[in-house]
Design a protein around this ligand. Sequence first.
Ligand code: ZN
Length: 242
Amino acid sequence: MPDIDDRQRRERRIVRALGGASDDALTLIMDALGDDIDLSQVTPEIWAEIERRFSGALLPELEQLFIDQALRLMDEVRVGIDFDLINTRAQTWARNYTYDLVKGINDNSRASLQQYVSNFFEQGVTKGDLEAQIARLYGPVRGEMIAVTEVTRASVQGELAYGEELTKLGLTLVPIWQTRNDGIVCPLCEPNNGQRQGDGWTDPPPIHVNDRCFLTYEVISPTKTLHILKDCKLPVITKDAA
Ligand SMILES: [Zn+2]
């Protein structure tokens, strides 16, 4: 049961965009450091530019995914809400979240760079090794982890935003944790499989880096409990409320 229609394609697109941003960042940093490895030349303006590139790679993808998943869930639940509401929520969430995420990435990069450069001057690390360390910092591994984790997050956040709007209409969306049951489920997520929110878990996926878990939902109306399956166009009525 796929959770997002084209999850792999979206992940790959983000990996690619982050790869471009990482290449830019590496070039900006290496050019600024120069032959003398002068850390003071990596100015706040350069870090701000790197932040802009990473935001540009992430924000549009996360915003679109948020909207798509909210609309997809709306399609399944069949209770329409104003598109502008979803759109505004997507913009606000994507902007705030991307800002925090990219700032965190940048802060970590800056701390690592400081460490690498001080090792270069104080521990006799060669210039080639220093360059390799910086290149690794902006290599593909981090981008792939970010892509997987943030695709999970943006989709869940879009769905939950739709759920909050449903609440205003008197319906309750109950999230149910779904792991992939693919034999490589981590011990952190495994016990949550099939459990409703509040039943052993509180925070929705992702709860760790590379978390690909997703949610399905029950919609509780004052009279009926509808079980929503992600692939199912029509909600299946599983039981009548007492
Ligand atoms: Zn998980």
